[in-house]
Design a protein around this ligand. Sequence first.
Ligand code: PLP
Length: 354
Amino acid sequence: MKLQINQSKVLKEIPRESMPDFGSEFSDHMFNMDYNTINGWYNPRIEPYQPLSLDPSTIVLHFGQSIFEGLKAYKTNAGKINLFRPIDNLRRFNRSARAMCIPEFDEKFVFSALKQLLLLDKAWIPNVSGASLYIRPTIIAMDKHVGLRVSETYRFFIILSPVGSYYSEGFSPIKVRVETKHVRAVRGGIGDVKTAGNYAASLYASQEAKKEGCQQVLWLDALELKYIEEAGAMNVFFVINGELITPKLSGSILPGVTRDTIISLAKTFEMKVYEKKISVDELFEAHSSGMLTEAFGCSTAMVISPIGSINFKDETITISENMVGPITRKFYKSITDIQYGRVTTHENWIQLVE
Ligand SMILES: *Cc1c(COP(=O)(O)O)cnc(C)c1O
């Protein structure tokens, strides 16, 4: 397959001074590729960023047969472009494809196309520390058909969006609300897949949490409504008695790259890390005995999001009001130091775009 490149004749103005809101501005170009049963994946091309034209009956609009990924490109002080564990994202993308009956793609080919796209739009990668270029690969079902079935045609696209640091106003802890009625995902379902339906299913409870002044939902398992799974669209970690605990991947938890990174780093810090079931009751007990000292969510988009308080039914526990704990800080610093090339440890996680 040969990648066609059709450069844009008019270039947009790149936001420089103040960073746009997350995911609201996009670069000059996008990657596109199509699928049908005769050609397989075909016609890969980089072309000007542009709207899609969809027939109103297009399957994805009705039944959500779609998958996405999220990763970032970082500019280093030396002016290099770093990708952090991109192969893990592409592998997970193909895993999501299998789960949603979407045909798999050639990871090597897409990786090289992504690098070409980034080189073409490299001026869009912010120079500011903490800022980056968010990369959103997506595949959608394209058959024109309002009956439920697996599509036979697809569109694969990648778009790029400059994002500022979430922490421009400081690294302040968020409030989370344990959701005791609605569930995000059930074991045996698609909670461990980055597919549209999971995020649609999370909206109602997110609004409820916001009404109570909380920024994120702390999701419980769908079967017993007892065990903690995720914080919004982030994986979650707790520091209890100086040890790190994160919910064990259960099938309804998204296997985050950041989660996996933290588990690896903890081992290099010689810190004990456990992947296990943890109930809200255990968490509240750990808090009342003074053992719960830190909690944080993690994802590519947020890196690390310190959790200040947890609301459960009529009770609220405060872990830290304004302070961010030393372990949370340590992970934030280690991860961003690697991503921005400020340290050369874990170079196997970095892929240069050149
Ligand atoms: C993407 C995502 C995460 C975080 O995954 P990363 O690979 O670390 O970005 C966690 N939970 C959900 C539900 C997600 O969609």
